[in-house]
Design a protein around this ligand. Structure first.
Ligand code: RIB
Ligand code: CA
Length: 337
């Protein structure tokens, strides 16, 4: 019998609802060795994202996973734009516990990413599922980062699918196109788990019922998904279901979701004008099996099994109870866990 070592991972998140599922998946799945979590502005402000990262690792019974605060705004634009209408005021579908659990470490998310990469040369997968601001800051501080890591996988972009902020731009790239351009141009191969597949893997009330019938962890997730599914019902699907987004990137990086189609192609991020935030992938080879392209350094994932949603639900149900109470508390009093 062969056993595969778990993938060492640093996960960078703007923790709203789908990021929460991604952290839980990374913290609980045996195929992942979660070495650190970084918070970044995006779905919600940085304080809320950081609090939610900490809350989630505690829920998973993994308070040992360090959480580092990252950037609170994009690299060049001054004003961040958040998505509370999608993720709720608390970034937990207005169904969070209100608990403040643990504290972020002293180093920044970019510093943590670099330190962990240096401690495990060639072994760490950077998985970024929010705006790429922290990764761009890490690259500026440590230009050799691409040679220190195993790879980088992002949830972001759209190769063939429409955008979800503008006609062509996906939210994580649109939030900080200048950071995304730096990441795409850094000389490593970017595995791009974008809207082409994340819009096709959906969660509905049937999944919520299965979660709610599990332990308190599943019940918590069922609760935070209610508002999120409601948003997507109105904005995207016309019926009560939501995309899953971020957990797909973690699973592709971990090898627990193997893409059915992910060609290696040239790609760039538009930073100008009406197409600002678009990921432009050269897919002209698609009618002849994607022949090799010179300078190709992006692997857009174009097809995955939508049944992956069940894998996530199964994992969360099997985990049983959360490691901390999931009942809401009034206010945001400090708790030690
Ligand atoms: O476009 C979807 C992405 O934007 C997801 O990562 C979601 O969490 C938000 O960050
Ligand atoms: Ca995200």
């Amino acid at each position: 019998m062969t056993t595969t070592a778990p993938v060492k991972m640093v996960l960078d998140c703007d923790t709203g609802v789908d990021d929460t599922l991604a952290i839980l998946y990374a913290a609980l799945h045996p195929a992942v060795e979660l070495l650190g979590v970084g918070s970044v502005w995006g779905n919600v402000d940085l304080d809320t994202a950081t609090r939610n990262c900490l809350h989630t690792v505690h829920l998973a019974g993994r308070p040992d996973v360090p959480v580092a605060r990252g950037a609170d705004r994009p690299l060049l634009q001054t004003e961040p734009v958040f998505a509370y209408h999608v993720h709720g005021d608390d970034g937990q579908g207005n169904a969070g516990t209100g608990r403040v659990l643990g504290e972020p470490v002293a180093e920044s998310a970019a510093e943590q990413m670099i330190r962990i990469a240096r401690e495990h040369p060639g072994e760490v997968e950077v998985v970024a599922v929010g705006p790429l601001t922290n990764v761009a800051i890490a690259l500026a501080a440590c230009p050799e980062l691409p040679t220190l890591v195993r790879g980088i996988t992002i949830m972001g972009g759209a190769a063939l699918a429409p955008g979800n902020v503008t006609e062509v731009a996906e939210a994580n790239i649109w939030c900080d196109p200048d950071a995304a351009a730096a990441v795409f141009n850094a000389g490593w191969t970017v595995t791009m788990v974008g809207l082409d597949v994340t819009m096709l893997t959906t969660l509905d009330d049937g999944h919520r019922e299965r979660l709610a019938a599990g332990g308190t962890l599943g019940q918590y997730v069922a609760g935070i998904l209610d508002h999120y599914i409601g948003y997507f019902a109105a904005a995207s699907f016309g019926e009560r279901r939501s995309c899953m987004h971020d957990a797909l990137a973690v699973a592709v990086a971990a090898g627990t979701l193997v893409p059915d189609l992910a060609p290696l192609v040239r790609a760039y991020v538009s930073t100008e004008g009406r197409t600002r935030g678009q990921t432009v992938c050269d897919l002209r080879g698609m009618y002849m099996g994607f022949p090799e392209q010179e300078g190709a350094r992006c692997r857009p994932v174009l097809r995955t099994d939508p049944a992956f949603a069940d894998q996530v639900v199964d994992l969360l149900v099997a985990a049983g109870d959360a490691a901390v109470p999931v009942t809401p508390v009034a206010g945001t009093e400090e708790e030690s866990a």
